[in-house]
Write a protein that binds this ligand. Structure first.
Ligand code: SF4
Ligand code: SF4
Ligand code: SF4
Ligand code: FES
Length: 256
């Protein structure tokens, strides 16, 4: 259903262009009725097939309130330190919060996970799960894009949390440093030491990897004449948001 409206109309958080629809955040909810202006039910549009002869209201007052309330609840367990955050101005949560009209925090501070420690144990990958919104995108990217299944969700309800291998650090896990989880993560909860999701670069240059004959597209972020990070564009047919380890190698081997 999502593709009928496009990402410009219906906001999403747990959905990503290169992952199967999952339906966990409900931000993409739309009203669906069986007759015009009849009783409607809120359905998550990213993973609900379109029903013939149904009437879909993607932006009703009720849906706007629902989306705003979902994001407000997400923000009750999220550090509001955007200005000092690596992904400031390149954060899907920030963008969606602005778009659904969140301007203040209505709820008092309650139990939260803001004291979760950062994991900087790995040579390339980093995590800061105080910024995690439990969207499962990293888990699905590691599984569907890279086929490694290093990441998983453990616990239930308030205790739900992302784990690496058998609840260990990035360094001790089976991570192969592909970066798919960092690119998929809509916040700074998973990133890399190169801060590849930061917008603090001079320019981004689209190029083609020369490592093998596949011809993967790369987006190279440059600052001060040096490569700062490399990401895989989602709109590249050949690799659709994915690179093999060689992209990391190209980056590391650049002349100093
Ligand atoms: S992850 Fe996004 S919403 Fe959260 S602090 Fe960083 S910029 Fe702000
Ligand atoms: S970097 Fe790749 S292998 Fe490592 S956890 Fe992320 S998706 Fe999985
Ligand atoms: S680490 Fe990022 S991608 Fe994974 S569940 Fe948390 S917010 Fe979503
Ligand atoms: S984007 Fe549809 S449920 Fe999250």
């Amino acid at each position: 259903m999502k593709r009928n409206f496009g990402q410009d109309v219906v906001p999403t958080l747990c959905d990503a262009p290169n992952l199967d629809p999952f339906g966990s955040c409900r931000v993409c909810s739309v009203d669906v009725a069986l007759k015009e202006n009849g009783p409607a039910k809120a359905m998550a549009s990213c993973h609900t097939p379109v029903m013939p002869n149904s009437f879909i209201y993607p932006d009703s007052d009720r849906i706007q309130k629902l989306r705003k309330n979902i994001i407000e609840l997400v923000l009750t367990d999220h550090p509001l330190d955007c200005l000092t955050c690596e992904v400031n101005n390149n954060c899907e949560l920030q963008t969606v919060a602005g778009r659904v009209g969140v301007r203040d925090v209505r709820y008092p501070e309650g139990k939260n996970h803001l004291d979760r420690k950062k994991d900087k144990s790995h040579a390339y990958m980093t995590s800061d799960f105080s910024k995690c919104i439990n969207c499962f995108r990293c888990v699905r990217a590691c599984d569907e894009v890279q086929g490694e299944m290093v990441l998983n969700m453990a616990g239930r309800g308030f205790d739900s949390h992302i784990i690496k291998s058998f609840e260990t650090t990035f360094k001790e896990s089976d991570c192969v440093s592909c970066g798919a989880c960092a690119q998929a993560c809509p916040t700074s909860a998973i990133s890399d030491i190169f801060e590849s999701k930061s917008v603090a670069v001079d320019e981004k240059i689209r190029t083609v990897c020369t490592y093998c004959g596949v011809g993967c597209n790369l987006e190279v972020a440059v600052k001060g004449g040096k490569v700062k990070s490399i990401q895989a564009p989602y709109d590249a047919e050949v690799n659709t948001g994915h690179t093999c380890l060689s992209a990391v190698c190209i980056f590391i081997l650049q002349p100093s």
